[in-house]
Design a protein around this ligand. Structure first.
Ligand code: PLP
Length: 471
């Protein structure tokens, strides 16, 4: 017991906690102000693996946390302009500490009394912001990937004539989605047993959104093959380009065909808070379900995702054969036993992040965040366009911008190779972090501006670095 008594010592926790908060506050100051001009610690996976094996044996315990910090990517620097993970609002690092300390499991109401009630308040509130009805409600779950799968399971239960949950797959089922959708939608469909034939991918327009004009034709082709289509997924926006599908048009189509309309708003769903950019998700209120990630455009630590249903009752039938008649029996669904509606059993008290931000800063902070970042996306695109030998893939609709270096002297293949090399060199130089993507065969540099303190000056520097790699 000696070890255990020592490890559970409140005094020890107090001391380590104070030290760690100081360390993290210093880190926050250094990164926000870009003091050491370094965003990522770049190392080959093999060498990093060796480092941490060695540290386990010989590293100084005192240096554990600061070494982890030093070897990690710093999403709070203004030069972190890569993937869509947010620089967490500091107060949510504290709510995460509360969640980790209390470790309420959430699977049944008693195991998360406060956090379950708070989850209901937060998801009801989000439903209102989406423009849903009083019959709407939702849940929080761990990540957009899991939320998209959960939504499609609910869609299948609600729309498919046979009961796949009890009988297994007896008919050929399918969903419709843009070829530009996040890969997790494809994965969810495969997990559900839809196979290649059941994932009807609509080609995108030259503007990278779903080509609505092809919907009828693709739907009919699938029908003729005997596939029962039960859902259509709109991206708001799609991940690679940040371009939005036409949600209004998809809503109309889904209504005509009586299929489920799901909106993957993992990234851009947060625009419901932006007075300026709310129009980007026009039509979202017509969806049957929508996903919004807290850890992307809402400044919360990973993972927390809201999955909202226009008709809240639909989601009670997803995971349970019994729920159908329970509902009939009681009318009042037992909303507080959240695990009945999620894939997860134990989960974190994620609702407290959402509630903490609302209580502390109010919803205006979400507007400020989304609007500032989307504005920066526009400004960056203008800067790229104004720079010789650089071009954007498409006028951005959000804070995601794809661009590349071009020259009349280079073939398409050489252009691709060069842009790939530029991105790799930037990565290894550790100052900026940007990513890359392939669009219709062309290799692009890709930025997502996630930090509201990234300025035009930082972005100008990025462009200079890109050009330096060529000259
Ligand atoms: C990031 C993203 C996902 C995946 O969400 P996770 O929270 O990373 O699991 C799904 N769809 C879109 C459009 C995304 O941008």
């Amino acid at each position: 017991m000696k070890k255990l008594v020592e490890a559970y010592s409140p005094e020890d926790f107090r001391k380590r906690g104070h030290d760690l908060i100081d360390e993290l506050a210093n880190h926050l100051e250094n990164t926000l102000q870009n003091k050491n001009n370094k965003t990522i610690h770049w190392n080959q996976p093999k060498d990093e693996h060796i480092f941490w094996k060695e540290f386990l044996n010989n590293g100084d315990k005192k240096n554990l946390f600061n070494t982890i910090i030093a070897h990690s990517i710093h999403v709070h620097t203004p030069k972190y302009i890569g993937h869509q993970v947010t620089p967490t609002l500091p107060i949510t690092a504290l709510s995460a500490l509360v969640s980790a300390s209390l470790n309420n499991g959430m699977a049944v109401y008693e195991m998360g009394v406060a956090a379950s009630a708070i989850e209901r308040i937060v998801t009801d509130y989000l439903c209102t912001k989406v423009g849903f009805t009083t019959a709407s409600n939702g849940i929080l779950t761990s990540g957009g990937t899991l939320a998209n799968l959960t939504a499609l399971l609910t869609a299948r239960k609600a729309k498919v004539a046979t009961n796949v949950w009890t009988e297994g797959n007896t008919n050929s089922l399918g969903i419709i989605v843009s070829e530009e959708a996040h890969y997790c939608v494809d994965r969810a469909a495969r997990i559900m047993g839809l196979g290649d034939a059941g994932i009807i991918k609509i080609p995108s327009t030259p503007n990278f959104n779903m080509n609505i004009e092809l919907l009828e034709e693709y739907y009919k082709k699938a029908k003729d093959k005997g596939i029962e289509i039960f859902a259509i997924v709109g991206s708001a926006p799609s991940t690679s380009t940040g371009i939005f599908d036409d949600l209004e048009a998809i809503a109309t189509f889904s209504k005509q065909k009586n299929i489920w309309f799901h909106v993957d708003g993992a990234h851009g769903g947060a625009a419901i808070f932006s007075k300026t950019y709310k129009y980007t998700v026009k039509g979202v209120e017509k969806a049957d379900s929508i996903v919004i990630d807290g850890h992307k455009m809402m400044m919360m630590p990973a993972l927390t995702t809201a999955l909202l249903f226009k008709d809240g009752n639909t989601s009670h039938a997803t995971f349970s054969q019994k729920a159908d008649y329970l509902l009939e029996e009681s009318k009042e669904e037992d909303w507080y036993n959240i695990a009945k509606r999620t894939f997860e059993c134990t989960k974190t008290m994620a609702s407290i992040h959402w509630y903490t931000i609302l209580k502390t800063y109010g919803e205006e902070i979400f507007d400020e965040y989304v609007t500032t970042l989307y504005d920066l996306g526009q400004q960056f695109a203008e800067m790229v366009t104004a720079t010789p030998n650089l071009e954007i893939a498409i006028q951005p609709a959000s804070n995601i911008v794809c661009f590349r270096y071009i020259s009349p002297k280079l073939s398409e293949k050489e252009t691709n190779t060069l842009n790939e090399k530029i991105r790799q060199t930037l990565l290894e130089k550790e100052e900026f972090y940007i990513v890359q993507t392939k669009l219709k065969g062309k290799h692009y540099l890709r930025v997502t501006i996630m930090n509201p303190f990234t300025t035009k000056a930082h972005l100008q520097q990025l462009l200079e670095r890109v050009l330096q790699e060529v000259n």
